[in-house]
Write a protein that binds this ligand. Sequence first.
Ligand code: MRU
Length: 349
Amino acid sequence: METIDHVRLNEDGSKLIILDQTQLPNRMEYLEISEAEELYEAIQKLRVRGAPCIGIFAGFAMYVLAQRLDQSTYESFKKEFHEKAAYLNASRPTAVNLSWALRRMEGVVTAQAGRAPAEILPLLRAEAQAILEEDIAMCKAISEHGLGLLKEGDCVLTHCNAGPIATSRYGTAIGPLILGAERGMHLKAFSDETRPLLQGARLTSWELDRAGVDVTLICDNMASMVMKNGWVQFCFVGCDRVAANGDTANKIGTSGVAILAKHYGIPFYVLGPTSTIDMSCPTGDDIKIELRQPDEIKEMWYREPMAPGTVKCFNPAFDVTDHSLISGIITEKGICRAPYEQSLKKLFE
Ligand code: MRU
């Protein structure tokens, strides 16, 4: 499958070029952005999205912003750098990769105390590039571990989009399917449409189709039926933040898929890099869930509003799947099993 560089620097490194994911699958439009407000908007509006991709974007965004900061003294540079990082960090609260990447970038500045800002810039660029390259390696390893569970002809149900454009390459939840297709295996997938922003319809079915995987799109409320019919052997989903006890925040609707999977006896796996595991967060109750605007439910995608203008809406972007519903958490280091307090802790030892 042709690789898409969906987050990259322009030629002189002064701006970020991103594939605008809100335009997919109909248009492959690239945006060149560099102002703090544009970078914030790109995350908030889901032009760049998917936890690892947001982290990669944040790394390069801080490099781009750093070039525009007051370079007269180390102290003024550090102060402004911190302000910009705090600003970007407020764009979306749930995916931990955002604060994780921003902390890494701030760590570079802190470690160079007293140095001329001009000398710190190349180190910031190198750190952003390292975040990208590490993610490429992690996604490949996750895909290998996930593929190890599958046999020829198996069908995987997935929710939302945890593919190459949500990460760097391959993706997490659908990485095993893409890797399998590259190796000539015939694997199948059901892609949940994923209301309200349709990441499954617009992005996952597009990516799997491009990769030559036999994918069937279903509405979210059809998952129970295809599971009951015996058409699904595994559920693979991504993650935005995994708490220390294994509770996992992912796209709204994921916990429902996990409950159905338990009912029908289908193994339910969470796939994600260790950069998405937040050991400082004890349980799912401690994960902040992003609430989004009602127009995404009532109006977006429709020619005219599909609900009375005055009706109230509840639009959480994520939910938390209880660790008891998860058969395993697949990271680049292998498959963690319950009890997750212990198996996740081991990853960081
Ligand atoms: O709101 P989104 O589209 O950013 O939500 C994305 C997800 O929920 C993904 O499953 C998750 O970030 C993992 S991406 C590898």
